[in-house]
Design a protein around this ligand. Sequence first.
Ligand code: FES
Ligand code: FES
Length: 165
Amino acid sequence: MSEKTKLSLQVNGTARAVEVWPMARLLDVIREDLGLTGTKEGCGEGECGACSVILDGQLVNSCLVPAVQAEGADLRTIEGVASEEQLHGVQESFLHCGGAQCGICTPGMVMAAVDLLRRCPHPDEAQIRDGLAGNLCRCTGYGKIVDAVAQAAERAVEVAKESRP
Ligand code: FES
Ligand code: FES
C-alpha cells in the first residue's frame, strides 16, 4: 500500500506542512488537513467552481488538482482574502448587493472575482460574466453577483482616487 508523503506549501502567506495520500485531492487537503472549510465542494467534477482557490496565481478548481501538485506552491483560499480588520472589497460588495443567498457558491465566486479584478481591474458586464463563467449559482440568478463585482471594481477606483496625494 502507498504511504503518505509530506506536502509543504505556503497557505495564505503562512508556511504549512501536511502528510497526504498520493492520490489526495487538493480540495480534501484544504478542508480536512489544513482545516480551511471555507472552500466548498459542490460537484466534485470541475463543473461548479465552489472549490475555487488561487494556486501560484492561477484560479483552479481544487477538486481536480492532485494535492501533490501543490508542493512548494503559493495557495490562497477564501480565508486569506480578507485582512483581520477588514473584508475584501469584493466581499463588502457581495454584502451590499445581496450577492449571496444560500452562500454555497459564494467562496468560489469571491475567489473568481478577486482573480478577475486582478487581471482586469475595470471589467465591463460581459467581462464580469465571462470571469464568473466557471462558477455556478442556483439561487441568485447571477444579476446581484455581477452587480457586486461591478461595484467592487468601481469602489476600488474610488479608493485609489481618494488615496492619491
Ligand atoms: S466542487 Fe470543484 S468544480 Fe465543483
Ligand atoms: S447563493 Fe446559493 S448557490 Fe449561489
